[in-house]
Design a protein around this ligand. Structure first.
Ligand SMILES: [Cu+2]
Length: 379
């Protein structure tokens, strides 16, 4: 599906300066159906080809453009020392919710259409070492990602890392959102949104709450569970000792971030072991310094940063101007040993500064997912 052929057609609320119902905009998005992975060790070329197949930095990826979410990663396979392995089936930015501290406006940018608002990229500036695809609106690039490993014992040895990156730019009113997915050669996935453009309402403070939707499938869609990490310091240790563990989330739910316990989450398949016999997983690491937003009672999607739901066709969005959608996906289903979807929100507080005019320096907001016992050793 292309953004041009299936764009959401309605007046852009950011241009009107007022809100209106746009729920109808979500209805026009076509349903994309994927087959199940053919077998362990398949690669993305079993699902897509041409410009929609991106390969490099140990990754093999399918992507497409959707009217609402913009850039969607539809398959991701990683080549570990153990061979090609399936990591992810579908991943998108599912909402950018932008409430202003004065109470209004409260924008729901994915409902308005990040894909419909995509703009051509400028090769030397936006995509210096990559290729422009989709009529110049998508940049595919292999990037240098710095020092990847280093060890010294007499002589020093190191490895330079690289990453496969896909990037698009959407102009939403005065704002310009850059959607970026970086796939590092050590298996780390780094989704980011770059906040750029110009200020929409002068110096009014506001938040950009960015929700990602991630269908992580460890080797196959089945058999996945979600676990939450904690670190505690037993009183008996006098502060000198610590202990940690993982708690399984039993049913569909939402969870807040918690820096005091080093909270993070992982999608784990207890039916799939690495060459050391450990359950294969991918973990989600919150960004340090990220805050929390608990908004209006009818904005239930703001009750937590991390959500887990059972995978169901059509459950793709967080909210519209009129509706809290994500909360309605929490229906009590079990999420143990199943095909599950995780949702993660990052909150960027924008206290306007003089340097934001005339054009804002890009502020990148995101998080990391990385393999945990996914392979038997490091790359
Ligand atoms: Cu802002």
């Amino acid at each position: 599906m292309s953004a041009d052929g299936d764009a959401v057609r309605f007046e852009h609320p950011r241009h009107r300066g007022r809100l209106a119902g746009i729920a109808a905009g979500l209805a026009v998005v076509s349903t994309v159906v994927f087959g199940r992975p053919a077998a362990v060790s398949a690669q993305a070329n079993a699902y897509c080809g041409g410009q929609n197949l991106a390969e490099g930095a140990n990754w093999s990826i399918c992507w497409e453009i959707r009217a609402n979410e913009g850039l969607a990663i539809t398959q991701a396979f990683y080549k570990s020392p153990d061979g090609w392995q399936h990591v992810m089936s579908d991943a998108t930015v599912a909402q950018i919710f932008v409430p202003y501290e004065t109470g209004t406006p409260r924008y729901h940018d994915v409902a308005y259409g990040l894909g419909a608002a995509m703009q051509p990229l400028n090769q030397p500036i936006d995509c210096a070492h990559g290729s422009l695809l989709q009529g110049g609106k998508v940049c595919r690039e292999i990037m240098d990602s710095g020092i990847a490993s280093r060890f010294c014992a007499g002589n020093c040895a190191g490895r330079r890392g690289k990453a496969l990156r896909l990037l698009v730019s959407s102009q939403m009113g005065a704002y310009n959102y850059l959607t970026s997915w970086m796939f590092h050669d050590d298996g780390t996935i780094h989704p980011e949104v770059g906040l750029a453009g110009a200020l929409q309402f002068g110096n009014t403070a506001h938040l950009h709450n960015i929700y990602w939707r991630l269908d992580i499938d460890i080797e196959d869609p089945e058999g996945d569970s979600v676990e939450e990490f904690y670190r505690v310091a037993p009183v008996t240790g006098g502060g000198a000792t610590g202990a940690n563990g993982w708690n399984t989330l039993l049913g569909e739910t939402y969870r807040p971030t918690d820096l005091t316990t080093f909270r993070k989450w992982r999608v784990v398949d207890h039916n799939r072991g690495n060459s050391q016999g450990l359950a294969m997983s991918y973990e989600l690491i919150p960004s340090p310094g990220d805050g929390q937003l608990r908004a209006k009672p009818n904005e239930g999607f703001s009750r937590g940063e991390f959500w887990v739901t059972k995978q169901k066709p059509g459950e793709r969005f967080v909210s519209t101007d009129d509706a809290d959608i994500l909360s309605t996906y929490i229906t009590g289903d079990n999420v143990i040993n199943d095909d599950i979807v995780i949702w993660y929100a990052v909150h960027a507080y924008h206290e306007v500064r003089s340097e934001d005019a005339p054009y804002m320096p890009v502020e990148w907001v995101g998080f990391h997912m990385r393999p945990r016992d996914f392979m038997g050793r490091g790359p």
